[in-house]
Ligand binder design. Structure first.
Ligand code: MN3
Length: 266
């Protein structure tokens, strides 16, 4: 499917990203891999660095927040159904937002000497679980688009990188689908940018935070918890993974890759 009929929302988003990308170019290359710009780490700058509109970053005024979906709940029909999107976004994702804020708050109490330091291991585990859950869901919603499609644009930066690191985009897709389908229990399939090598890697994540390769920043995350697909696909996870590939937003992924890698979108 070609990106020929973007919604107004998506047009605005693309234009905003393009402008932010150009603005961010002046800060490159110090912005790559989590470096904070000398000019300040505003939420706007942070969002631009991650190729997300500010409304999508999931953090505001010192708290994690649930961003709205970047499209209507039914926009991904028939591939991802409206009822699943409502439950998944409004209830499941919100639970991770609340859990992450709770963990941060309890760890702040321990830091200030008011909390129970004997519980530090518990709250650190909570932060890893809920914080990872929140950040992966933010990415997941933005990885999909009603105008999405199966393969990256030939010759785009992400297409070249996938070819470099996996042989071809179709080779990557084969590996990514296999990894996502084979996650044991609840988890995620992930394509990430690995900071030491600058190469792309495919990972599985169990729950949200297990099997992590530290230093990898996700570019694509597909949620393969049953709550992501069971209403429509029951136990057929492979069919759901195929459906995700029908709505995957390669335009966003290409921009995110370029911003993370070089700090600018060409
Ligand atoms: Mn989920």
């Amino acid at each position: 499917m070609e990106n020929t009929t973007p919604t107004t929302n998506l047009v605005d988003r693309r234009q905003a990203l393009k402008v932010m990308g150009l603005g961010m170019a002046a800060m490159a290359p110090a912005m790559a891999f989590g470096a904070t710009a000398a000019s300040g780490s505003t939420e706007e700058g942070q969002a631009a660095r991650l190729a997300l509109p500010e409304s999508q970053i999931g953090y505001k005024d010192g708290k994690y927040v649930l961003p709205p979906l970047p499209y209507a709940y039914d926009a991904l029909e028939p591939h991802i159904d409206e009822q699943t999107m409502r439950l998944h976004h409004d209830i499941h994702h919100l639970g991770y937002v609340n859990g992450a804020n709770k963990a941060v708050s309890e760890l702040e109490k321990i830091a200030s000497g008011e909390g129970d330091a004997a519980l530090v291991k518990h709250w650190e585990r909570e932060l890893a679980f809920h914080g990872s859950g929140h950040s992966l869901h933010v990415l997941f919603w933005n990885n999909m688009s009603p105008n999405g499609g199966e393969t990256p644009e030939a010759g785009s930066a992400i297409d070249k990188a996938l070819t470099r690191d996996f042989g071809s985009a179709s080779n990557f897709i084969r590996l990514f689908k296999a990894a996502s389908i084979a996650v044991e229990g609840s988890g995620w399939g992930i394509l990430g940018l690995e900071e030491l090598s600058g190469r792309l890697v495919v990972l599985q994540s169990e729950k949200h935070q297990d099997l992590t390769f530290q230093g990898v920043i996700p570019l694509i995350a597909i949620d393969v918890w049953e709550h992501a697909y069971y209403l429509k696909y029951q136990n057929r996870r492979a069919a759901y993974v195929e459906a995700f590939m029908k709505v995957i937003d390669w335009d966003f992924i290409n921009q995110r890759y370029q911003l993370l890698k070089t700090g600018e979108v060409v």
